[in-house]
Design a protein around this ligand. Structure first.
Ligand SMILES: [Zn+2]
Length: 273
């Protein structure tokens, strides 16, 4: 009997460990619930819809009720915010809640917790002493033309080459379980390390190789610290590092690198530090 209990305890511990490290099976699609969980809670006379933020960055949650009234909420990093609170309807001795026709959207960052430091000069996001060519720069016609990627820069790192933090911050999340390279159908299937900076801006280091991250969500990272290894996962036609910094509304912002102040890195040119 005792053996069975210790076996069950061991099994439980193993399951608990595998969950706490956020390990996912290869190529598991990204889910809404990885970032945000919604939960109805009750008190005696009130029902609450609570948004639980699972990541280390604030989220702006937009609630639209009956397709017209939209409201914005700040859900702090790893915190909770009540989106809806409404009285329960009492019918005789039974109670229930009114079902609302609502939609919820969200993105990382929130206007109340961002104050962009436009003078910050970023470090090139690769190993010191190395030199890499730019494959695509601001407004690149291949994929850098939407607001979320307009100011992204592609560095032509080969698979397995080290990616380093361009700025200090906290790791928001790590996605490292994707294995495939392909077209636009894989745009939500790239490995990446996401880092939030002191001013509320958020950097993404994208297309890392499978299991290619060496940092964990929640960890503080220094400028220049090794984050992981480059690859070609997701919407990608060959190994490179897609580096982008975004503001609270998910739009990419122009940033400059130390040694190249005020200069846009040029496609086809090599850069080193
Ligand atoms: Zn790119």
């Amino acid at each position: 009997m005792k053996n069975i209990y210790s076996y069950l305890l061991l099994l439980f511990l193993l399951l608990a460990c595998s969950n706490s490290f956020g390990q996912k099976a290869k190529d598991t699609p990204i889910a809404f619930e990885d970032d945000l969980e919604l939960e109805w809670r009750d008190s005696e006379d009130t029902a609450y819809l609570v948004a639980k933020n699972k990541i280390y960055a604030p989220l702006e949650v937009i609630l639209t009720i009956k397709k017209k009234r939209s409201e914005s909420f700040l859900v702090p990093a790893k915190g909770e915010t009540i989106l809806i609170s409404q009285p329960k309807v009492i019918v005789g001795k039974r109670s229930g809640t009114i079902q609302l026709d609502y939609q919820i959207g969200y993105h990382m960052g929130h206007p109340d917790v961002i104050d962009i430091d436009e003078d910050y000069l970023y470090a090139l996001p690769f190993e010191k002493g190395q030199s890499y060519m730019i494959g695509q720069t601001w407004g690149g016609r291949a994929t850098h033309y939407t607001p979320d990627s307009y100011y992204a820069v592609d560095f032509q790192l080969a698979t397995g080459e080290p990616v380093h933090a361009a700025r200090e911050g906290q790791v928001v999340k790590v996605i490292d379980w994707f294995t495939k390279e392909g077209g636009a159908e894989l745009s939500a299937a790239a490995n990446e390390v996401v880092v939030i900076h002191e001013d509320g801006t958020i950097a993404s280091y994208v297309h890392l190789k499978y299991k290619g991250a060496v940092v964990e969500a929640g960890e503080m990272v220094e400028r220049g610290q090794l984050l992981g290894y480059s690859g070609s996962t997701g919407y990608s036609t060959g190994p490179h590092l897609h580096f982008v910094v975004r503001r609270d509304d998910n739009k990419s912002i122009p940033i400059y690198f130390e040694g190249f102040e005020g200069k846009v890195l040029q496609k086809g040119e090599f850069y080193s530090h």
